[in-house]
Design a protein around this ligand. Structure first.
Ligand SMILES: [Zn+2]
Length: 195
């Protein structure tokens, strides 16, 4: 893991841009950004995400090539960047436990999305920027059937059996609104010129 500034992240995104778009276009879609939490501890990072964000909002990359294939979001990993908040150890939908997503993590996630979207020419909307909870419920309609019984590993989002509910909500935000809140903040940062 290597700690990076938002400006360094922007450079990496620009270097990876053509490869990301080639992979996404091969699938007839735009590049996607997926937002996760690790369900681990603060300060505990994982290689399966391109970008890890710590509790204090600091940003780490696991690879310089943001187009490299990583396993973060079932059937959605090509031409996609996985971003994860290091938090939510033992969290349940009733109790976030001792390591909930922090306000600094949420703000950093929104800034990371703003920077990546600007560098990669992406509109910040549900079609291009999704939480894992939204992806697992197939909110963009990308994988017909997999939000219901067609998801072979049996892990669905909150509208189904809820094994995958990353950022469906977080402290201070209503269930189902996590993605909207982060996209709203990301658009705000983009409009402020954070890029
Ligand atoms: Zn996830």
């Amino acid at each position: 893991m290597r700690k990076v500034t938002l400006m360094e992240l922007r450079e990496l995104a620009l270097q990876s841009k053509n490869n990301l778009w080639d992979k996404a276009r091969a699938l007839d879609r735009d590049v996607k950004l997926y937002l996760h939490w690790t369900a681990g501890h603060y300060g505990q990072f994982f290689d399966s995400y391109h970008i890890n964000i710590d509790a204090d909002g600091s940003v780490y990359v696991s690879a310089n090539d943001l187009a490299a294939a990583k396993s973060h979001t079932y059937r959605r990993n090509s031409g996609a960047i996985g971003i994860s908040l290091a938090c939510a150890y033992n969290a349940t939908t009733n109790n976030f436990g001792l390591e909930p997503p922090t306000p600094a993590q949420i703000e950093a996630a929104a800034q990371v999305v703003a920077v990546l979207a600007a560098a990669l020419d992406l509109t910040i909307d549900l079609q291009r920027v999704m939480t894992h909870a939204e992806a697992a419920d197939n909110k963009d309609g990308l994988n017909p059937g997999y939000g219901a019984n067609g998801y072979p590993d049996g892990r669905h989002g909150p509208e189904h059996s809820c094994e995958r509910w990353d950022l469906w909500f977080f402290p201070g935000v209503a269930p189902g609104e996590g993605g909207n809140v982060i996209r709203g903040k990301a658009n705000w940062y983009r409009n402020q010129g954070v890029s």
